[in-house]
Design a binder for this molecule. Sequence first.
Ligand SMILES: [Zn+2]
Length: 294
Amino acid sequence: MSHHIPEISDEPVVAEVIAHSNFLVSTGATGTKFLKELRDNKKIVGITCPSCKKVYVPPRSHCPTCFAKMTEWVELSGKGSLTSYTVVRYQEPYMPREVPYAYGVIQMDGADTGLTHLLGDIDLDKIKIGMRLEPVFKEEREGSILDIDYFKHFNDNNGHQAGDEALKITAQLLEESFRVEDVIGRYGGEEFIVLLKDVAQDEAYAPANRFRAKVEQYPYPYENNQPGGKLTVSGGLANFPVHGSSIREITVKADEALYQAKNEGRNRVMMAPLPYFSSGTCLPVQYHSSETVT
Ligand SMILES: [Zn+2]
């Protein structure tokens, strides 16, 4: 059997080719389920890490933070908030849309990760971080992320009301959990700060945990949009004078402990690590006339 080999001329041939790569990529079992749900049911599903409880969309088989194998699927509404965007104004032939158009990173309700997708049906001058978005599905779907045609803005009065309501409930639970002489304040969007007067370092765990448990048990409205279907809080504790000598130093330490509590799976209270002298000995804990910030 012989193949016919075409003669090759010396003349160079110049052609402008836009490559439509014609190969198949396996998305694995996890990606396949995600795309099948999109195609067959117009559903967006995420996956939860059994260890750190983070919810990933798009899903992946292993948690990039703690490497745990993830198998627990969660169905999401697909609605979310815009966390970042870019407007494309330069046309390239392989691009999916005529310029100008926008890409955004959408943090879906109940997910810990952002999904990058096209924004559509939207006034490019009115895009803003935090705007509420919902997916628009294609009628003919084929099992690709582009089965979501784009995300469009929608008015989410319920979301705002639910957020306000959640803050009010949380403030109420804080008041119920701490003493009248403790000072409770709001510290940014979803953060609160509590100053516990004359409380030793290890005595702060009890009221902080009482508050944490109350939040966990309280049936917040719309909390099924949260990861794991529950609204929870994390707390960081730091003590004067153990962790610092100024309110600023102590707040920074409490914030570090809060970050660690979130990293270790949320819904927990953690104490800032004790500072060490270079000899390796621990600073003594002062049990009276001390203040703890949570
Ligand atoms: Zn994890």
